[in-house]
Design a protein around this ligand. Structure first.
Ligand SMILES: [Ca+2]
Ligand SMILES: [Ca+2]
Ligand SMILES: [Ca+2]
Length: 650
């Protein structure tokens, strides 16, 4: 009983909610003006693109003469593609000034065209109004280099990140990112929702522990991982696309290890007695929690099971300004334990440290916290709000978010490979901060999203599908790799929209005198291996994709452990009146590209596999030419009450 009480009290969330740190605000206090100023500063140019009327004229003399006629020093830099030249002015101009000078230069009869050589920027800087205050994402000293990562990926729709925490509020700047989770709190004196375990992981508030107000901790953590982003208001999250699954384990005064490890296993797709199967198992688990002690056998066993599923476990190092070896689960082997750094890149005064720490991330310190989604209720839920929190709890979701971006690019990475890559790409700790981190205190460095994601490549696609023969035009959905040739001689080109299957369009003849064809990469259906006849049970090792049906009509489901090859188990009849079978995907999990949303028509090149549904519930059909993204066309509703999509494998 004493152990139970002390364990309960110690497994707390790792956020500091001091009055200084909890500079909570409501509504929009963002600074669009600041963003605009920053944009204007980088939008200036000292270059122009100049095209002369007389192609025989010497630009090295004409370009300076054009400038001199207007009292400007203009130098020829180089010839460029398209017959134009790059010219440099002796001073920098704003975009408006440069446009005005270009118009004056264009009036010269020697000139065919003059335009500012305008600066382009990555377009994936989000428009959320409070983004400018989220220093922890982009500042050089203490940030995590996120904009560079966003140029590579903003997340994969087929990935899920579990937030094992206090549950979440359906905040307007978060709710669209959530998939169903579970409430694992069994003790009704702690649950604050009037009952034990249940399927609703929303946070009713963790108020009441020695008079404490509700923290809405899980909502803050989830918002850092993936607040609704680039939606024109509020904050930005690290991952803009993947699913966030709330797993509620912390209530009034904290949570029990037993509930936490059940939640960890369930999140990873491992069955938990008395709880329905997780329809969307997570590849990343965020645990912004911990308590006293070296790693218990209970925690280590759960970590081992979860990691064996291929799921990455990211945990807070703790806020005791002590060695993390005496904090769990940070001290468990196989986890990524995260220390906290401040806005200048130094060690946060509260952060735990030592050999158990894997890596560091911004957790805030002093007057600079981490800005994310919150609720303003002191006990039960109130209105949506935003607030700055500090702690290793806030550092941890930065790492989980980056891991989810890495997994989005290459989902075949193992947890061990993720850890190795995170450490190798981490940014060296700055010195002179007044409280410097070192690799013996704070892990390998500060997590660097840009470096972690930029070096990754998607797993190779196998298989080519013919989409045109020589002389024909072809179209592709979005951007795809197309090869032109025959036998073992091919030219490969990245194609957006479409092209022509010809020597002229591909710029060369890969096989002279032979009729060639065009093929698109990766459109081949994955290989399937039969594992059961209708009404038989089946087992799979770990989690695998299983399809149920016959011919060209299939239901697809992610299965952990075992299942039954039946209408009842798959929830629908993909082909009424026909004997069906179950197949397991034999060549890895295909990735899918959206080509239509519900109600739209779509076209495919030749014959391709199209799936229709959402989340983990899909109907698969072999389609020639095209079809309609609707229940009627696919013959069933794979997910009632949800807007569905049509996707092709790629
Ligand atoms: Ca409950
Ligand atoms: Ca509940
Ligand atoms: Ca937002």
């Amino acid at each position: 009983m004493i152990f139970r009480t002390s364990a309960l009290a110690s497994f707390a969330l790792f956020a500091l909610v001091s009055s200084a740190a909890h500079a909570g605000t409501r509504g929009d206090t963002g600074s669009p003006a600041l963003q605009a100023a920053a944009q204007a500063a980088t939008d200036s140019t000292d270059r122009f693109i100049v095209k002369l009327r007389d192609p025989r004229a010497d630009p090295r003399t004409v370009v300076p003469a054009l400038g001199a006629a207007l009292g400007e020093q203009l130098q020829h830099v180089r010839a460029m593609s398209g017959g134009a030249h790059v010219a440099r002015l002796a001073r920098r101009l704003t975009h408006a000034e440069a446009s005005a000078l270009a118009r004056r230069l264009s009036a010269d009869p020697r000139v065919a065209l003059v335009e500012p050589d305008a600066m382009m920027h990555p377009m994936l800087v989000p428009n959320d109004t409070m983004y400018a205050q989220q220093w922890h994402y982009f500042e050089a000293a203490g940030g995590i280099d996120l904009p560079r990562a966003w140029d590579v990926t903003t997340g994969s729709a087929s990935l899920t990140i579990a937030v094992i925490d206090t549950g979440v509020r359906p905040h307007a700047d978060l709710v669209s990112r959530l998939v169903a989770g579970y409430d694992f709190i069994g003790d009704t004196t702690m649950s604050n929702d009037g009952d034990g375990r249940d399927g609703d992981a929303s946070d009713p508030g963790d108020y009441g522990c020695n008079g404490a107000a509700s923290s809405w901790h899980g909502t803050h953590v989830a918002g850092t991982i993936g607040a609704t982003s680039n939606n024109g208001f509020g904050v930005t999250g690290i991952n803009w696309v993947s699913n966030i699954q709330p797993i509620r384990v912390l209530g009034k005064c904290g949570g029990y290890t037993s509930d936490i490890v059940d939640g960890m296993r369930w999140a990873a797709g491992i069955p938990v007695a008395g709880v329905p199967a997780n329809p969307t198992p997570a590849k990343v688990e965020n645990l912004s929690l911990g308590g006293s002690g070296a790693c218990s056998a209970t925690f280590q066993s759960a970590v081992n099971d979860v990691v064996a599923q291929g799921t990455v476990v990211v945990v807070a190092a703790g806020n005791s300004n002590a060695d993390a070896s005496q904090t769990q689960p940070a001290s468990c082997s196989g986890v990524i334990a995260v220390a906290a750094t401040t806005r200048n890149g130094g060690r946060a005064g509260y952060s735990n440290y030592g050999a158990n720490v894997t890596i560091a991330a911004p957790g805030g310190g002093g007057s600079d916290g981490i800005l994310s989604t919150l609720n303003n209720g002191t006990t039960t839920p109130g209105a949506d709000s935003y607030a700055w929190y500090q702690g290793t709890s806030m550092a941890t979701p930065h790492v989980s978010g980056v891991v989810s971006l890495m997994m989005s690019v290459d989902p075949t990475q193992t947890p061990a490979q993720i850890v190795q890559r995170l450490r190798q790409t981490a940014r060296a700790f700055p010195s002179g901060t007044g409280s410097d981190c070192t690799t013996s205190l704070c892990g390998a460095g500060i997590v660097d999203a840009g470096a972690a994601v930029s070096g990754l490549s998607s797993p190779p696609v196998s298989g080519w599908t013919t989409i045109a023969t020589e002389g024909q035009d072809f179209t592709v959905s979005g951007t795809q790799t197309v090869r032109y040739g025959t036998g073992s001689s091919w030219i490969t080109r990245t194609v957006t929209g479409g092209g022509t299957c010809s020597n002229a369009w591909f710029g060369s003849d890969p096989a002279f005198g032979i009729v060639k064809e065009c093929q698109v990469a990766g459109s081949a259906s994955p290989g399937w291996t039969k594992i059961a006849d209708e009404n038989q049970n089946f087992t799979v090792s770990g989690t695998q994709t299983v399809r149920y049906g016959s011919g060209s009509s299939w239901l697809q489901r992610s299965v952990t452990g075992s299942g039954a090859c039946s209408n009842a188990w798959f929830g629908a009849d993909p082909l009424f009146g026909v004997v069906k079978e179950c197949d397991v995907a034999s060549s890895g999990t295909p990735t899918w590209t959206t080509i239509a949303t519900e109600g739209q028509n779509f076209t495919v090149n030749g014959t391709q596999t199209v799936r229709y549904g959402a989340d983990s519930s899909w109907v698969t059909r072999t389609v020639t030419g095209g079809g309609t993204c609707s229940n009627a066309w696919f013959g069933t509703d794979p997910l009632f009450g949800t807007v569905k999509q049509c996707q092709v494998s790629s």
